[in-house]
Design a protein around this ligand. Structure first.
Ligand code: UD1
Ligand code: UDP
Length: 365
């Protein structure tokens, strides 16, 4: 008889992270996977497109939670997830990353006495004002099995007193995913569709609350992008949160800035690979910039991925009045990191390692 694993996802990066894991889980003769989409992300280009192009299985449940304040959103998910978990009675529940969907899944699971497994356990920004930091810490401390994407993440867990027997350093599933989909991303014709030349544009994504919910920060970013845009066009793939924040604050993106709606994973990776410089506040995009070895400016004061900073492929810049001047310098001569930077994110074997350990775990080993 197979044992049931219930996977909970709800946001763009979680659909990407579960793509290969879900596929491999479904090949195991010991496991039946039930996939739950919380509905935290619901626009087609933040949700459906990833299921389609990464050939993810259709979710067994879509809870259609939608947007709201942290309490409203997390609470609504918690109520619905509890019902699903009680009905499905899984042997364990799998959650990914650090979003409100992760936190709600974690709380619903452990309150029902079911083992919780966390993929991407242990990254820390050490900034507790970030909602994601609270979600990560809480989820890690509630988990029975923790899969750490980097050695530093495993060390963070150890320092927080999480028993070493629960923690497995696997490498980053995002790196496996990057390797797996790279040939297909290469086929994307997004550069032709946009009429842009390789290494002659800057790619921008912004969605973090600390940037979008701060009027001054948004203005600094808009002014800085305008300043650097005459030389190289700026392709800004804007999350709906950022589009809404710009509109509410009456901030126009002026200059040679092309705003595009968020592309899917394949187009996005083609854009990343061929950018002259990437400017982002996304943890996923920052890592992918490193995977592609493209210089990246992260518009934040700190990062939970210090490896990419240490080897010189990421530079942290907090938005301020001098951001434009600093970015202009970077775009003329993007600073390359170390050519021999290590394999901080594993060797592309995180997914089989995770599934093997899950197979063993549900067999009582
Ligand atoms: C969430 C995660 C963040 C992650 C990001 C990935 C939390 C606290 N934050 O941020 O860690 O990096 O996802 O992209 O869980 N909206 C739409 N359409 C959608 C989804 C959202 O228009 O399909 C708009 C709504 O106005 C909403 C806002 O975006 O209020 C923010 O969405 P939300 O899911 O709360 O957080 P994200 O910023 O997406
Ligand atoms: N991504 C995408 N389209 C976009 C922006 C990001 O496909 O417009 C992908 C990106 O390639 C990476 C992941 O989404 O794989 C990162 O997710 P996001 O930036 O939403 O969240 P974070 O990683 O910051 O939690």
């Amino acid at each position: 008889m197979t044992k049931k694993i219930l996977t909970i996802v709800g946001t763009r990066p979680q659909f990407i992270k579960t793509a290969l894991v879900s596929k491999l889980l479904r090949k195991s003769t010991k496991i039946t996977e039930v996939l739950v989409h919380t509905g935290q992300h619901y626009d087609d280009n933040l949700s459906k497109i990833f299921f389609r192009e990464m050939e993810l299985p259709e979710p067994d449940y879509n809870l259609n939670t939608g947007s709201g304040s942290h309490g409203e959103q997390t609470g609504a998910m918690l109520i619905m997830l509890e019902k699903v978990i009680m009905k499905e009675k899984p042997a364990l529940v799998l959650v990914y990353g650090d979003t409100n969907s992760t936190l709600a899944g974690a709380l619903a699971t452990v309150k029902l006495g079911i083992p919780l497994v966390h993929v991407e356990a242990g990254p820390r920004s050490f900034n507790r004002l970030m909602p994601e930091e609270i979600n990560r810490i809480t989820t890690d401390h509630l988990s029975s099995l923790l899969f750490a994407p980097t050695a530093q993440s495993a060390l963070n867990l150890y320092r927080e007193g999480i028993p070493a027997a629960r923690v497995f350093y696997t490498g980053d599933v995002m790196y496996d995913t990057f390797l797996h989909y790279s040939p297909r991303a290469e086929q994307s014709n997004i550069l032709e569709r946009l009429g842009i030349k390789k290494k002659h544009y800057v790619l921008v994504t912004i969605h973090r609350a600390e940037n979008t919910d701060n009027n001054m920060c948004l203005r600094y970013i808009a002014d800085a992008l305008k300043e650097l845009s005459p030389k190289f066009p700026v392709i800004a793939a804007l999350h709906p949160r950022t589009q809404a924040a710009l509109a509410i604050n009456e901030i126009q993106l002026e200059g040679n800035i092309w705003t595009i709606s968020p592309p899917g994973y394949l187009d996005m990776n083609k854009l990343e690979k061929n950018a002259r410089l990437i400017i982002t506040d996304s943890g996923g995009v920052q890592r992918e910039a490193f995977f592609h070895r493209v210089p990246c400016i992260t518009l934040r004061a700190e990062t939970e991925w210090p490896e990419t900073v240490k080897c010189g492929w990421t530079r942290l810049l907090s938005p301020g009045p001098d951001l434009g001047a600093l970015l202009k310098k970077e775009v003329y001569c993007p600073e390359q990191g170390s050519p021999v930077s290590g394999m901080f994110f594993g060797y592309g074997k995180a997914v089989p390692r995770i599934v093997k350990r899950l197979d063993e775990y549900i067999s009582g080993k």
